[in-house]
Design a protein around this ligand. Structure first.
Ligand code: MIG
Length: 855
């Protein structure tokens, strides 16, 4: 190869390797000093070091320990994080012991060994004493006192870092939204919320920052949450064979250590600490349609008309930035949408809710000199804004906008042109912003979509133009280096709390692009501006799984991809993934090729219809799994390793996924592919489409023409289904059909969760749990329905049980009394036997029942 060709190749490689180049950031840092003394408090020990540094170890729970360090100075009294939901923890049993080499702190689950000189921390299992995670060297900082970061900020302090021994078999999961595979081992990642349209695998950072990861080695998992909002770095053994490290360009060394050993337990604790997802309205699980450019109102109506005419399910229509007057947030463009309330009413009558996009950029618009009228106080969102814009006026008057260090207003450029950003660290500003959403709710809008909240600035997407922007930050008046990554979290919080205040009887529904840890308390998310390519479709699976392992359950991406031209096959395969993702929304860029489900012809439309209808049938199941995520922090969309942690075949498996514990999906992620290998973990599995039984613990090859997404039900599961419908609430869940899939012991069970689907009353016990258990008996089986738990009352309806059955059922009794034959179809009580299955219909009266089926 000649020289110029070679350098051209190098250039191409440099341009294509989108990810940040790995820097071994621990090099050149100074270690923290050795321990010279310590003081013990109720739930913490503070170690004083020879160099004036301090380390505080706080025992929050038997499996949760916080480590905080300051370098060559004392720990500051101020201790605040926007991510943390729980600050006071019940006292737990723990013990501190001094040893010749240092200290041992024990809880019922953990043993923390701290050596004095050098100061090294090791976490061990309290019972087995096996090391779970250990410092490879003392915690570090940049002793030169200069901020080595890209974002010079005298307030930031210096670079802080920590390095942990890297296990030969250690796997890494988490870090939220990363364009990377599931197992992050040997990966290097940066957190700096960034607007990155058309990102592909390897691009880093992208929109969100979740500095939390789970390490797994030899079935034992731990978690580390490095709660530091500065630009942070994670190196999982890319730079070194010896250590995995994390660091940040300022702030404190401040991390939480979680011990499993199960990953599910860690997620439970992590989401106890940073908060769990409140239940969104059930219709958020419905199908959603968006397009950058649904305007005017007649076009929005036409999209819905098409959906209904084509018998395609739809719950939500999104309005992108074009509904506003000149991109002014909290206004409506009256030429395009003369009567927004009338429009939302019309759509609601067809079962469709409207969501509007809200960007952070408030158009910079001092009132015109000839502005004669005062801003309207009644419905200002519908008044003309070209002379005077109420949102800008109010924000300016009340000092809610971000300023530069010089005191000048910070004026970024976004969609409205010159704009102002709200300082969301100000409580009053958050309240004001939240209240502004009246402009939407009064016009019948049902949910809010937050975009551009990295915050994106067309002047400089790296944040360079924002570096001297100051935020109030609880009186600290800190700069962009610290606040960028929490901007979206606080905007989502303002939005969520506003919706909650404005409509207390409804569950807020917010969707965000950027985030910081804790975002799940306020918002759901989508994965931003993807491309319409097969690679992006394949990437979506580890991305969703990783988000789930980072506290975010309600995830999804633009079905079919946002940028570029898709095709019918890609769109169909994309729906075969997203029909089981929490957020199922087709969306497309304004100048993109049309991509609604019918745009590529009847053949594809037919298959997409089939999967959308299946999604709606599965709503009782999906909602049950969603509620589990809300209650436990264990996500809906899961990597297999979360359910089968001890199965080493699953550690880096990310071309298949599970929904809850019970469904396994192995989608096709390449064009022209009509079969694939699928790994089924140990146990019995049933093909969803034909019921064929498989024994797991191995790979199988399965046919998957375009009509089929390989889908399996775990033996032992009961999948509750409702009737087919075209929007949530169109029909009651009557009957609820329980499809029974016995394991190799002949057993199966489930606990169906239900509530009213829209109000916050579920927080006060207004829900219903129905436990169903099946056991095989000699020549038959027994079905036990436990009394319903909770005070929610569905309308009168039937329960239908469908179970495989060898031979013919001759006697079926309900609570000891014979049931009549021929009663299936949801109409009357009774049973039907035939074709290897039995169906039994009973009245759901909320009471305990026992059904006995015998040959
Ligand atoms: O600069 O609002 O990710 O979903 O359609 C682009 C227009 C701004 C980016 C979002 C995309 C949305 C688009 N937005």
């Amino acid at each position: 190869m000649n020289k110029s060709l070679l350098s051209l190749c190098c250039l191409v490689i440099v341009l294509c390797s989108a990810g940040a180049e790995a820097q071994d950031f621990v090099q050149g840092l100074e270690p923290i000093g050795s321990v010279s003394s310590f003081t013990k408090a109720d739930a913490s020990v503070t170690f004083n070091c020879e160099d004036g540094s301090q380390v505080r170890v706080s025992i929050l729970a038997p499996d949760l320990i916080r480590v905080r360090a300051s370098f060559r100075k004392s720990l500051p009294a101020r201790d605040h994080s926007w991510a943390i939901a729980k600050e006071s923890w019940d006292a737990v049993r723990w013990n501190l012991r001094e040893t010749p080499a240092g200290f041992v702190i024990t809880t019922d689950e953990l043993e923390m060994v701290i050596s004095r000189k050098p100061l090294l921390i090791e976490f061990r299992d309290a019972k087995t004493h096996h090391v779970i995670n250990a410092d490879e060297r003392p915690m570090m900082f940049d002793a030169r006192g200069v901020n080595t970061g890209m974002m010079f900020d005298p307030k930031a302090g210096t670079f802080v870092a920590c390095a942990k021994k890297l296990g030969f078999d250690e796997h890494f999961y988490g870090l939220g939204e990363k364009a990377a595979h599931l197992d992050k081992r040997r990966g290097y990642f940066v957190n700096w919320n960034s607007d990155t349209p058309a990102y592909t695998e390897g691009k880093d950072p992208i929109y969100q920052t979740i500095p939390f990861y789970i390490g797994l080695q030899h079935d034992v998992a731990y978690g580390i949450f490095f709660d530091n909002s500065y630009r942070s770095y994670f190196d999982f053994g890319r730079s070194s064979q010896a250590y995995a490290s994390f660091g940040a360009e300022g702030g404190e060394m401040n991390y939480y250590f979680f011990y499993g050993p199960s990953m599910k337990k860690i997620l439970g604790r992590y989401t106890e600490l940073t908060g769990r997802m409140p239940l969104p309205p059930m219709w958020a699980l419905g199908n959603q349609q968006s397009r950058w450019g649904y305007y005017p109102d007649t076009m929005a109506e036409e999209v819905v008309r098409q959906y209904r005419e084509r018998d395609l399910p739809l719950d939500v229509l999104h309005l992108d930035i074009d509904y506003m007057q000149g991109y002014r947030v909290f206004t409506w463009n009256r030429e395009r949408f003369p009567n927004p309330k009338e429009l939302t009413d019309k759509l609601r009558q067809q079962g469709v809710k409207v969501i509007t996009i809200v960007d952070p950029g408030v158009k910079y618009q001092p009132p015109a000199s000839d502005a004669k009228v005062e801003d309207a106080t009644e419905k200002p969102e519908l008044a003309p804004q070209d002379k005077s814009y109420y949102v800008f006026n109010q924000g300016l008057k009340n000092n809610y906008f971000q300023k530069r260090q010089s005191g000048q207003l910070f004026i970024p450029k976004v969609w409205p042109g010159e704009s102002a950003f709200v300082d969301f660290t100000l409580p009053d500003a958050r309240r004001w912003w939240g209240d502004l959403h009246r402009a939407y709710l009064d016009n019948g809008v049902a949910g809010i979509w937050n975009d551009m909240n990295e915050p994106s600035d067309f002047v400089d997407q790296t944040g360079g133009n924002q570096r001297d922007v100051v935020s109030y930050d609880e009186g600290e008046n800190s700069t962009h280096a610290k606040n960028r990554n929490v901007f979206a979290l606080l905007m989502a919080r303002a939005t969520y709390e506003g919706l909650e205040r404005l409509a207390p009887d409804k569950r807020p529904y917010v969707i965000t692009r950027a985030a910081y840890a804790g975002i799940q308390r306020y918002s759901t998310m989508w994965t931003g501006d993807t491309t319409s390519t097969w690679d992006t479709l394949a990437l979506s699976i580890p991305v969703f799984q990783t988000l789930g392992l980072s506290g975010e359950t309600f995830v999804g991406s633009d079905v079919g991809g946002f940028i570029g031209r898709g095709n019918g096959e890609l769109l169909t395969r994309a729906y075969q993934v997203s029909f089981l993702a929490p957020f199922c929304r087709n969306h497309k860029v304004i100048d993109g090729y049309d991509q609604e489900p019918w745009r590529f012809g009847k053949y594809y439309e037919g298959i997409i219809r089939k999967y959308l209808k299946l999604r709606y049938r599965l709503l009782p199941f999906l909602y049950t799994v969603l509620e589990e995520a809300h209650r436990t922090g264990v996500p809906l969309f899961r990597p297999l390793v979360l359910n089968y942690q001890t199965d080493e075949n699953t550690v880096n498996l990310d071309d298949e996924f599970m929904v809850g514990d019970d469904l396994l999906v192995a989608p096709i992620l390449q064009p022209n592919q009509t079969s694939r290998m699928v790994y089924l973990p140990e146990g019995v599995w049933y093909d969803f489409h034909g019921g064929k039984k498989f024994t797991g613990g191995t790979m199988i090859r399965i046919d998957a023409p375009l009509e089929v997404v390989p889908l399996f039900i775990r033996g032992g599961a009961i999948i509750p289904e409702g009737p087919e419908m075209n929007y949530v609430g169109e029909k009651p869940f009557d009957p609820v059909t329980f499809y029974i899939h016995p394991d190799d012991q002949g057993k199966a069970s489930t606990t169906l969760y239900e509530d009213d689907g829209t109000s916050p009353n579920y927080r006060r016990g207004v829900y219903r749990r129905t436990r169903v258990e099946v056991a095989t008996a000699d020549k038959g089986l027994d079905i036990t329905v436990s009394p319903a738990e909770g005070s929610y009352q569905p309308s009168a309806r039937k329960f239908l049980f469908v179970t495989p059955f060898e031979g013919t059922a001759r006697t079926v009794t309900l609570d000891g009394k014979p049931l009549g034959a021929g009663g299936v179809g949801g109409q009357s009580v009774g049973y039907h036997s035939g074709k290897g299955a039995v169906g039994i219909a009973i009245e759901d009266d909320g009471r305990a029942h026992k059904i006995v089926v015998r040959q």
